[in-house]
Design a protein around this ligand. Structure first.
Ligand SMILES: [Zn+2]
Length: 95
């Protein structure tokens, strides 16, 4: 995100020590998101009755995880992950 504006610093604007605030950092690696993503993956695993492993490829890039075979389940997973990322965006914008 910071690379879109060349005049801005690429340091994390949320105050952690990261000097390269990439999309991946903001939505996955940021330290306070660790418990958030643990909860999300636990919740989604229960709702979908699938053993999902916490994985940024699934959460951020939308890669189909092992254990999700049907289109309906993949669609549900995508919607739930979009909602989770939207929640992060809303939280960032409020603070
Ligand atoms: Zn940060």
């Amino acid at each position: 995100v910071a690379k879109m504006n060349l005049n801005q610093s690429s340091h994390c604007w949320r105050g952690c020590v990261e000097t390269r605030a990439t999309h991946s950092h903001i939505f996955w690696q940021f330290p306070l998101l660790d418990n958030f993503w643990k909860s999300i993956f636990t919740y989604i695993s229960k709702v979908m009755n699938v053993e999902l492993i916490r994985d940024p490829l699934v959460a951020i890039l939308g890669v189909k995880p092992v254990g999700v075979h049907s289109r309906k389940k993949m669609y549900l997973l995508q919607m739930l992950l979009i909602a989770a990322k939207k929640a992060i965006s809303i939280k960032w914008l409020k603070n």
